[in-house]
Structure formats: C-alpha cells, structure tokens
Design a protein around this ligand. Sequence first.
Ligand SMILES: Nc1ncnc2c1ncn2[C@@H]1O[C@H](COP(=O)(O)OP(=O)(O)OP(=O)(O)O)[C@@H](O)[C@H]1O
Length: 229
Amino acid sequence: MPVRKPPLPRILLNDVSCMRNAQQILQHVNVSVHDGGALVLTGSNGSGKTTFLRMLAGFSRPSAGQIIWNGHDISQSGIFHQYKLQLNWLSLKDAVKEKFTVLDNVQWFEVLEGKHGKSLPALVLMGLGRLAKDKARMLSMGQRKRLQPPRLLAIDRPIWLLDEPSVALDDEGVRLLEYIIAEHRKKGGIVIVATHLPIQIEDAMNLRLPPRFPRRMTLVDMLDHANIA
Ligand SMILES: Nc1ncnc2c1ncn2[C@@H]1O[C@H](COP(=O)(O)OP(=O)(O)OP(=O)(O)O)[C@@H](O)[C@H]1O
C-alpha cells in the first residue's frame, strides 16, 4: 500500500529568532500550524508575543530561521505578496475612526477588500447592530473592542493574527469571540492569538514564551520583605 505523505503545515516557523532594536527577543522558535489550527501565545509582559505576531504579519523580519507558508519562505518578495493577502491582523490599537459611523468603521475595510454584505450581520452578531448608524465616538471601550471581530468577518481572510482580542470584553463578548474563532477554524481558517486572558479555543497549541528578564523578586515578595507593620 502506498504511504501517504502527511500534508504540509500551512505555516511553519523553522528555528526562528527575532531581534528588535539590537536586542534578542525571540530565540529558536519552532512551530507549525495546519489549516483549521490555532496557536495561543502566552508569556509575561515583554516576553515577545506582539513581536511574534508582528513578525508573522511581516512588520519585522526574523534575524535567523525561516517563516514558511505553503512550503515557501515568505522572505521571497513574490511569495510575501501572496502571503500577506491571506492575513487579517488585529492589533491592540483599535484603529477606530471616531468621526465615522460604527458601520462605516467595518464597511470601509470590506469595501477596500472588494467585498460587501458582511459588515452589518457581523455587527449584529457582536451585539452592535443597534449602534450601527451612531458615530464611533459614542462607543464604550468594550464596544470599541466588539467592533474588531466584525472586521475579521467582513474581510474574511484565512489567517487571523490577534493581539489581545479579548481585553475589555465582558463575558458575553468573550463567548462571541470564541464562537467566531471556532466557526472560522471549522472552515479551515487559522487563528494565532496572543493573550494574557483565558480564552477557550478547542485543541489549540499553546506556546509560552520565556520571560526575557526573569524576575528575582515579585511585587508580592517585595511587600513581604518590606516588613510593613
Ligand atoms: N518598537 C520597539 N522597538 C524596540 N523594542 C521594542 C519595541 N516594542 C517592544 N520592544 C521590546 O520587545 C520586547 C517584547 O515586546 P512585545 O511587545 O513583543 O512583548 P509582549 O509579550 O507582547 O508584551 P505584553 O504582554 O506587555 O504585551 C520588549 O522587551 C520590548 O521592550
């Protein structure tokens, strides 16, 4: 019987290291993600989670190793051009245009992508349907955060890079985000999330980045040693 080759991972990080401002941030990272897969990045403040996402988004280059997409190194310019069209990146900066309506803040991305019809249903799903025609400056912090998943749905690209997507969301907002992520994966999409907060993502791989400057003493230790009577 012929032996079937296992499918290539869609994304492979092969012994990747990354420097920022002449400082070594990530070292010898090896990870592979297949279609429908999820990778959750955790680690202390400054450990390099955002750097990891930025590198996958092409904002920083690995200082060593390769990022392979579909079997090709993304540092080749022709490949990178195709690769970046697969990405949807949500950074901590919400890029909400306050003078635009809530709907326009999502639809703008959709139109740029040459797509239509998904923005309003996505806002309704995230509980923002009633506010669609209001100016975005009226939104609370959590509501601004709820505006982000609809952008993912409106643009509808396969690889999602999400930096702290659940910060400021209430329990219902987190459940909705988890639902959207699960549905995306069912369609073969990939989700890579950096987070400090618990978020339920079934069968996700977890990558805990080591602290860059291991702490000798925690704040609690210091308070203990302060001998406050
Ligand atoms: N613009 C920058 N230029 C140079 N170094 C940077 C820059 N931004 C961050 N760094 C450094 O890179 C390291 C990793 O930062 P990064 O933002 O990736 O960490 P993180 O794990 O996402 O942290 P947090 O949990 O606080 O969000 C930090 O030590 C930081 O000092």
